[in-house]
Design a protein around this ligand. Structure first.
Ligand code: E4P
Length: 221
């Protein structure tokens, strides 16, 4: 399973990129709004910061409701990327979003269909040609449903039908989500930087380092 970072914060993106675990970035309107910057400018900055990742998701804005509006926005976003292929257009899981997905896929543009909460939505998005589908597990857990189970079912479905769409486990809230979606067959988990930090840490690692440091002081040199 690969890691994407789920943020529009440049500092966090740089930190994750530097440690070498990053295969992509996902953003959404809420994450961009939090940064207090112009959307297109931030997408451009992110693309420059992470030249070697496979995908940077930029979502069409929530006021683009028709396929035509979404495609028009996608065409502007693609221009920011100077022809590079890693920009990915994130589209909502609506009928209009699917229509835009099919159109963009035929044009060779990567797509990420977002706000997926059922297996059937994932199936439709994959059939519309989505490069990525994003089930939101944390938000399902929030309403007492099982987000990881949804990821497992989608992974099984894609395997049975030999579908090439990659599953991005999204709305990941903690390390246990990461382990469980990896075991469930997600191709990617998109996670905030705080979760990447949590994944790297263990109290016994810290204790072990302290003990090595203390013992090293006593060693003959
Ligand atoms: C994914 O692409 C979304 O940006 C994100 O994971 C949503 O997470 P949230 O439910 O924590 O807002």
């Amino acid at each position: 399973m690969k890691f994407f970072i789920d943020t529009a914060n440049l500092v966090d993106i740089k930190k994750a990129y530097k440690i070498g675990v990053l295969s992509g970035v996902t953003t959404n309107p809420s994450l961009v709004a939090k940064e207090g910057v112009k959307f297109e400018d931030r997408v451009e900055e992110i693309l420059k910061e992470v030249p070697e990742v496979e995908s940077v998701s930029a979502e069409v804005t929530p006021d683009a409701l028709t396929a035509e509006e979404m495609i028009a926005q996608a065409n502007e976003l693609i221009k920011i990327n100077n022809g590079d292929k890693n920009i990915t257009i994130k589209l909502p899981m609506t009928l209009e979003g699917l229509e835009a997905c099919r159109y963009l896929t035929k044009k060779g543009v990567k797509t990420n269909v977002t706000l997926i909460f059922t297996v059937n939505q994932a199936l439709l998005a994959a059939r519309a040609g989505a490069t990525y589908v994003s089930p939101f597990l944390g938000r399902l857990d929030d309403i007492s449903e099982d987000g990881v189970l949804l990821v497992a079912k989608i992974a099984e479905l894609f395997r049975i039908h030999n579908m090439s769409a990659q599953i991005i486990a999204a709305s990941v809230r903690h390390p246990d989500h990461v382990t469980r979606v990896a075991m469930a067959g997600a191709h990617i988990a998109t996670v905030p930087f705080a979760v990447i930090e949590q994944l790297a840490k263990h109290p016994l690692t810290e204790q072990g380092m302290d003990k090595f440091a203390a013992d090293w002081k006593k060693a003959v040199r």
